[in-house]
Structure formats: C-alpha cells, structure tokens
Design a protein around this ligand. Sequence first.
Ligand SMILES: NC(=O)c1ccc[n+]([C@@H]2O[C@H](COP(=O)([O-])OP(=O)(O)OC[C@H]3O[C@@H](n4cnc5c(N)ncnc54)[C@H](OP(=O)(O)O)[C@@H]3O)[C@@H](O)[C@H]2O)c1
Length: 247
Amino acid sequence: MARAALITGASRGIGLAVAKALLADGAAVCLTARDPEELAEAVCHLGPRAVACPGDVADPAHPEAAVARTLEEFGRLDILVNNAATNAPLGPLMTVDPLAWRRAFTVNVEAPLRLTQAAWRAWMGDHGGAVVNICTEGTHGVGPDVGAYGTAKTALLRLTRQLAAELAPSVRVNAVSPGLVRTEMARFVWEPGERELAAALPLARIGEPEDVARAVRWLVSDEASWITGADLVVDGGRRVRAARPIG
Ligand SMILES: NC(=O)c1ccc[n+]([C@@H]2O[C@H](COP(=O)([O-])OP(=O)(O)OC[C@H]3O[C@@H](n4cnc5c(N)ncnc54)[C@H](OP(=O)(O)O)[C@@H]3O)[C@@H](O)[C@H]2O)c1
C-alpha cells in the first residue's frame, strides 16, 4: 500500500514542492496551511491523492487534527515533514516584543514537537516512519535581524537530534537545512539582489523549492534507511564559499 505523508505549510514554496515530489514517488499527501483558499487551490492541482487540512500549526489543537485527517483519508501516516515556519519578528533582539519572540518558538519549535508526538501516538510508534524538520543553513552563523528565527531554528535542529535518539530505531528523524530559496518567505532577501547573491555562491544560483524537495524525498525513502539525526544542508555551497577557486 502507498505511503502517506503529512506536510505542514504546503500551499506554496518548499512545502508544495515536497508534496509534488512525494506524490511523484507514489505517496498520498495531506497538506496544511492557514489560508484555506490558497491551500484548496494547491490541493486541487495536485489531484486525487492530495487532501487539505487548513489550520495554524501554532494552534495546539491543529497537530492532532492534521494527523487524524491524514489517517482518516489514507489509513496510515508514514512521513511527517515539519515545514511551516515564521521568520517574524525581524529586527534587533533588544527591541523585540517577547510575545512575538514566543510565537516564533511556538510555530518553529513547539509545533514540530506536537506534530511528531501526535504522529507517534496515532501511527508511527507502532508502525515506524520518517520525520523531516526543515531548518535553515542560517543556524550555522549569525545574521542581522533574524535573531528570533535563527534561535528558534537552531532549537529545531537540536530537537531533531533529540527526537532521532528517542524515536530510534522505528522512526528516523532528520533535518534539511536550505540556503536561500526562491519563495515568498525569502523574497525580501533575493528579489533586490539575486544576481549578486547567486554570484557569491559556488553553485552560482539561488535555490529553487525543488532543490530542497529532492533532499526531503531522498531522506524519507528507503535509500536513507541508515540515516537518522542528520542535517542535510542544501545551500548551493554557501558554507564553503571561502574555498572557491578565484578566476
Ligand atoms: N526560502 C528560503 O530561503 C528558506 C531558507 C531556509 C529555510 N527555509 C524554510 O523553509 C520552510 C518553508 O518556507 P518557504 O520559503 O517555502 O516559505 P513560503 O513560500 O512563504 O511558504 C510557507 C508555507 O507555510 C504556510 N504557513 C506559514 N505559517 C504557517 C502556520 N503558522 N501554520 C501553518 N502553515 C503556515 C504558508 O501558508 P499560509 O501563509 O496560508 O499559512 C505556506 O504554505 C520554512 O521552514 C522556512 O523556514 C526557507
């Protein structure tokens, strides 16, 4: 029987590309996002093996509901991709609103934990599975104005490793850490200076959502059956740019 996947934040961008990649591999997919209309349109284009579960991952009731919807529709839940995230609040930390800071952690860290707990209780604890948390290449360093996002995503990376240890051997938990990818969330970064940003990368272009989706597809496949607790960086070589040959 075909595998079933739950992908959060999948009405556009990386999440939607992941949904397409897993569908192409024969899986059935349940997609989430807050805007029900954009989500319904995305699901409509994906065809009959895709269903929508609109909601905010920060709503404590949503993880259970999304897992339940996946199981109702497909009778199983083999793959969980924790992709929904917020990069707000942007700006220096000395002026950040602590409640906005807390929301960054609710969306980017607490929700992936709640979703993994719900998936474990309802299916994966008995049947096994694979979880991928979408982190960011930015956990490697420190950037201006992204203190809340970077701190929360670093916590998500740590959560990934902790869960990998706690859920082994039946459930594999890995991270995929994208560099700059052409999506709405990062538009404010790539749109003003894509040519310069691409030229600074060893692989000479910014990422496309499909670049990240291929990494997720591989990590949840049997090809990666001896991999857990890993962080697969998909960044066009950003971390090695200093070693790039000159000329
Ligand atoms: N793009 C990059 O350069 C980049 C780099 C590193 C890491 N990432 C990571 O990649 C992941 C996907 O980002 P993206 O670039 O593809 O962003 P995107 O194109 O803006 O898509 C974000 C998706 O998540 C949904 N979403 C946002 N907040 C949500 C919430 N609270 N609950 C449920 N769904 C929510 C959005 O729909 P609604 O707005 O309707 O909810 C949308 O479907 C994120 O984890 C991000 O941190 C991106």
